[in-house]
Design a binder for this molecule. Structure first.
Ligand SMILES: *Cc1c(COP(=O)(O)O)cnc(C)c1O
Length: 228
């Protein structure tokens, strides 16, 4: 059995290889370790191996973990799951990043409910690139207006875009899907100066995402094992 430290090393190895293969800048990709449905002990293993950025998808479960780990002050928690409006207060005050914003109403609530003593919440707009009805996310066409509206909110800082494209057979098809998001990201970057994060790529498709310009990959299974 590989340890979490070894699995993290191997995930970083995959990222480094893709960075070389696709001529991306070194150090330009952040790894988010997705710890949903995984125990506090596994999170601590990753922490002890030097990892600091974790992604969670379920509000109840994640808030319990965050409270139990509250004595550690340098973990950066990212919320990456679907958001119901009755859960926004918990999300606003336990996370420093929220990657799954797809409508203004939720962004407004997060901004209103974030405690004033905390730094502005970093957010990403989630885009449903493949227009799958089963997935969250706004359409590519909606991004521009949503960004404009979010930009007026006080306790929120728009940092970029996130997507989970549908599975594709070939690397070329995967790259094509991710490239649409990259084009949208580049346009956003010319309008807002704090945009620096393009969150795309998971265990199954991180090479394609890095080829297309990802700056953050979200890896669960390859680090913590399959989820039941
Ligand atoms: C679960 C999840 C991941 C991690 O997926 P793996 O296939 O386990 O690497 C990444 N992003 C989001 C939004 C997720 O919900």
């Amino acid at each position: 059995m590989m340890t979490i430290a070894e699995r993290l090393d191997s995930a970083y190895g995959r990222i480094t290889q893709a960075v070389k293969k696709f001529n991306r800048r070194e150090q330009s990709i952040t790894l988010l370790a997705v710890s949903k449905k995984k125990s506090i002990n596994l999170i601590l293993d990753a922490y002890e191996a030097g990892h600091r950025k974790f992604g969670e998808s379920y509000v109840q479960e994640s808030v319990e973990k965050i409270e139990k780990l509250a004595h550690i002050d340098d973990i950066q928690w990212h919320f990456i799951g679907p958001i119901q409006s009755n859960k926004t207060k918990l999300i606003a005050n336990n996370f420093s990043w929220v990657q799954s914003i797809d409508r203004l109403k939720i962004a407004k609530r997060l901004s209103e409910q974030r405690a004033p003593n905390l730094q502005p919440l970093n957010i990403l707009i989630q885009v449903n690139i493949s227009n799958e009805s089963s997935k969250s996310g706004c359409t590519l066409e909606e991004v521009s207006q949503l960004a404009q509206d979010i930009d007026t909110l006080d306790n929120i800082k728009l940092r970029g875009l996130m997507a989970i494209p549908e599975k594709k057979e070939s690397l070329e098809q995967q790259i094509h899907a991710f490239s649409q998001l990259k084009t949208c990201f580049d346009a956003l970057q010319t309008q807002y100066k704090e945009i620096d994060t393009l969150s795309m790529g998971m265990s199954a498709d991180l090479e394609a995402a890095i080829a297309a310009g990802s700056t953050m990959v979200r890896i669960g299974t390859d680090i913590f094992g399959a989820r039941s």
